[in-house]
Ligand binder design. Structure first.
Ligand code: 5GP
Length: 164
């Protein structure tokens, strides 16, 4: 129905442990967890503790609408992870949701050129996702309310630009 999928912080705590359990049971031992900011930072932190992985890297991805462009596509913003840091590493990409899957496809593609192996872990995956994540806590076709973004910011900032 039109009901939203609602994730609370408490449920998130359980979800991330179960997601880590799936990774561990599968025998995947990542050297690095790449966190897709911002939602993926929560997931990566939880996975990092649960899988005893201390190497966490943030990756900033922004949906960019070019001037006069009708197509929207995600871009990785600097600083991008150093190719040397990633070479021959087993990587786990962490995000909150694979919706269209375009964000994960971008990061996955970037990794594929640099790393030994890359797999993805998400709390939610939607049916239309371009990327089939190896580890998914729950599948849904609904809009998800995440605990970190369900409420508006406590302050409004205008004209904020991410800098390189
Ligand atoms: P993508 O379409 O590339 O898989 O997802 C892009 C981003 O859109 C996600 O990382 C997330 O920030 C946002 N997004 C997609 N689906 C949902 C949703 O159901 N709920 C919320 N809160 N954000 C979403």
């Amino acid at each position: 129905g039109g009901e939203r999928e609602k994730l609370t912080y408490e449920l998130f705590g359980r979800a991330v442990r179960e997601l880590a359990r799936a990774v561990a049971d599968d025998g995947y031992e990542p050297d690095i967890i790449l966190a897709i900011a911002r939602g993926g930072l929560f997931v990566a932190g939880g996975l990092g503790y649960a899988l005893d992985v201390k190497n966490l890297y943030p990756v900033n991805v922004e949906f960019y609408t070019g001037v006069g462009e009708t197509l929207e596509m995600p871009v990785m913003l600097p600083p991008v992870p150093n190719a040397v840091d990633l070479s021959r590493k087993k990587v786990l990409v962490a995000d909150d949701v694979a919706d269209t899957g375009r964000t994960l496809k971008l990061v996955h593609g970037f990794c594929a050129e640099h790393v030994a192996e890359v797999r993805s872990a998400v709390i939610y995956e939607k049916p239309q996702s371009l990327v089939a994540c190896e580890y998914v806590w729950k599948r849904t076709d609904r809009w998800i309310d995440f605990p970190w973004s369900v409420e508006p910011p406590v302050v409004r900032r205008q004209g904020q630009v991410l800098e390189s």
